[in-house]
Design a protein around this ligand. Structure first.
Ligand SMILES: [Zn+2]
Ligand SMILES: [Zn+2]
Length: 351
């Protein structure tokens, strides 16, 4: 079968590799119909993921059709259409019992090499899926509407629903700000609408992404590149009170500082931007104004709910798809995605 294989920094290739088989009774093998390229894939391609080794298949966003199941898989049979989670979890360990699936003791992320469980990725014709009853969800909606339910959407959604089990999410009537309009930030904008906020303010610096944010439900957009004082602009749109709920989806110290500084008294800053190193944080401001900063990984346990709201027509993040390409053109697809050519936001690879 074809698979996108990491061969070293800035060297990926479409190679012919053996098809995966069921190795454990809880495994399924899925024939991938659509895979997507994620920002963390380009991070890997650039050689920035520790312990990554040549020969590993990458990719962790996929939908497809169940091809084969192990004897302990109860929810799926060959022929079922499914969407997969980016990572797998056992459902039985201490972390899983507390709903913290991203911390599963037996967890692994597709296509992230030995650092994260050495699970072959999904940018391929077939992928082996451990703990299939947890990892997969049945779907009826088309691939381009459903594929993000396994990765960027749970992250963007968790950022507005509460980042840890029982955490405070957006409440009805909140003024919400989203800093950063990459795919995750855009998913937060779309998801925030489900919580009936008073206003959603999207802050980004690319015209096409600001337009996308508007299409996905932002009431106000602020172009950070063309605005002298972003914090002042946010305050003006929140009647001087500040924002009740802020999503930080950039992953930079300056952006988190802005998020804390625009927070209203009692406000919450939910951080899903990917930080690469320790940073300074404005503790005095947080303390003086009872501002909470929550950080974390997306909750993949939200997948069943997300599949349902997508299929009920309440949520549609498919406008983030800017390119549909064949898996055979994957090298060019990575170049377009990485350099953000042609206004690329999300690229789907079809098999
Ligand atoms: Zn991803
Ligand atoms: Zn577990």
């Amino acid at each position: 079968m074809r698979a996108v294989v990491y061969e070293g920094p800035n060297d990926i290739r479409l190679e012919d590799v053996p098809e995966p088989v069921v190795q454990d009774p809880e495994d399924a093998v899925v024939r991938v119909t659509t895979a997507s390229i994620c920002g963390s894939d380009t991070h890997i391609v650039h050689g920035l993921l520790p312990k990554m080794e040549p020969g590993r298949i990458i990719g962790h966003e996929f939908c497809g059709v169940v091809h084969e199941v192990g004897g302990a898989v109860g929810r799926f049979k060959p022929g079922d259409r499914v969407v997969g989670a980016a990572a797998v979890w056992c459902g039985r360990c201490r972390a899983c019992r507390r709903g913290l699936y991203s911390a599963c003791e037996r967890g692994a992320t597709f296509g992230h090499g030995p650092l994260l469980g050495d699970l072959p990725g999904a940018q391929a014709d077939y992928v082996r899926v451990p703990f299939a009853d947890n990892t997969l969800q049945h779907v009826t909606a088309p691939d381009d509407r459903i594929i993000f339910a396994g990765d960027i959407l749970p992250t963007g959604y968790s950022a507005v629903a509460g980042l840890s089990p029982g955490g405070r999410g957006v409440r009805e009537g909140d003024h919400v700000v989203v800093f950063g309009l990459g795919p995750v930030g855009l998913c937060s904008v779309a998801s925030a609408k489900l919580f009936r906020p008073a206003k959603i303010i999207a802050v980004g610096n690319r015209a096409e992404r600001l337009a996308l944010a508007e299409r996905l439900g932002a009431d106000v957009t602020i172009d950070a590149a063309g605005t002298e004082d972003v914090r002042k602009a946010v305050r003006q749109h929140t009647d001087g009170w500040g924002a009740d709920y802020i999503v930080e989806a950039v992953g930079k110290e300056e952006s988190l500082e802005n998020a804390i500084r625009v927070a209203a008294p009692g406000g919450v800053v939910a951080v899903v931007g990917a930080f690469q190193a320790p940073i300074k944080i404005n503790a005095p401001r947080m303390q003086a104004r009872n501002v909470t900063v929550a950080m974390g990984m997306g909750d993949l346990g939200a997948m069943p709910k997300l599949v349902k709201v997508i299929e009920d027509g309440e949520l549609d993040v498919s406008p983030v798809v800017t390119h549909r390409m064949s898996l055979d053109d994957v090298i060019r697809a990575y170049e377009i995605f990485d350099k953000r050519l042609e206004g690329a936001v999300k690229i789907l690879l079809t098999t």
